[in-house]
Design a protein around this ligand. Structure first.
Ligand code: MN
Length: 237
């Protein structure tokens, strides 16, 4: 067998509640999935369009699989003066496909987790101004923080759930998941119109209003009812 010429990179993985590891293939993220957040974020930067076809294209971006981080100490990322938290529900996929119906997409879900999409907001503002890619704003080392995955497909139970993100014990984001513009199976179906969804994919489903800056020393906690919470502390570079 032909051998790797350098040591093979470690397979990124997330612990599953109750035991085992979920291997991560890709991390899809969607934006603008809570009305209050859309109003907060769009400001002057995004031009509204009357083009229905353009409006139908979902806001989707990727983070690298090896940007997965399960909490603890996270050094302030390089090259930003405005690191933001975005508390989110994360979907873990056990199956996939292309052009999935929402019903088929639901069947492919392995479970759910709590996540925090760390964002260089200053670089995202520049990207929006220049109509450039969000890569520098979003594909941050350790920038996809995720808690243990609960192997549970009952989103209806979660839909009554509430996301709470606090910084140093002070609540900054607090929103019921039923306020999502698109439910999780529609999000998976949307992504599958552009990419083949596969086992091992994680999907960050967007953040509610209340995003804000993190500084070294800040302690962040994100919880969604009975899901394993995400906890981390920002440290100096
Ligand atoms: Mn996000």
């Amino acid at each position: 067998m032909t051998k790797y010429v350098i040591p093979a990179p470690k397979q990124p993985a997330v612990p599953v509640v109750g035991g085992g590891l979920f291997p991560v293939r890709r991390i899809f993220c969607i934006g603008q999935n809570y009305l209050a957040d859309v109003k907060e974020m769009i400001g002057d930067h995004v031009k509204e369009t009357d083009d229905e076809e353009k409006n139908a294209i979902p806001v989707v971006f990727n983070k690298p699989a090896d940007s997965i981080c399960t909490g603890g100490n996270i050094a302030l990322p390089l090259a930003t003066d405005n690191l933001h938290y975005e508390g989110e529900l994360v979907v873990a996929m056990k199956g996939g496909g292309s052009n999935l119906s929402p019903y088929a997409a639901e069947e492919m879900i392995f479970g759910f987790a709590v996540g925090c999409d760390l964002t260089r907001r200053d670089l995202q503002e520049v990207a929006k101004e220049l109509s450039g890619p969000w890569e520098m704003a979003k594909a941050i080392d350790n920038g996809a923080v995720v808690g243990g995955i609960l192997p549970e497909r009952d989103f209806w139970a979660l839909e009554k759930a509430h996301l709470i993100l606090s910084v140093n014990g002070e609540v900054r984001q607090s929103e019921n998941l039923k306020e999502m513009i698109k439910p999780v199976w529609n999000i998976v179906a949307d992504i599958s119109r552009y990419f083949e969804v596969k086992p091992g994919d994680l999907i960050f489903t967007g953040t509610p209003a209340g995003v804000g800056q993190l500084l070294p020393g800040d302690r962040v906690r994100v919880g969604i009812n009975d899901l394993a919470p995400v906890e981390f502390r920002v440290t100096n570079r």
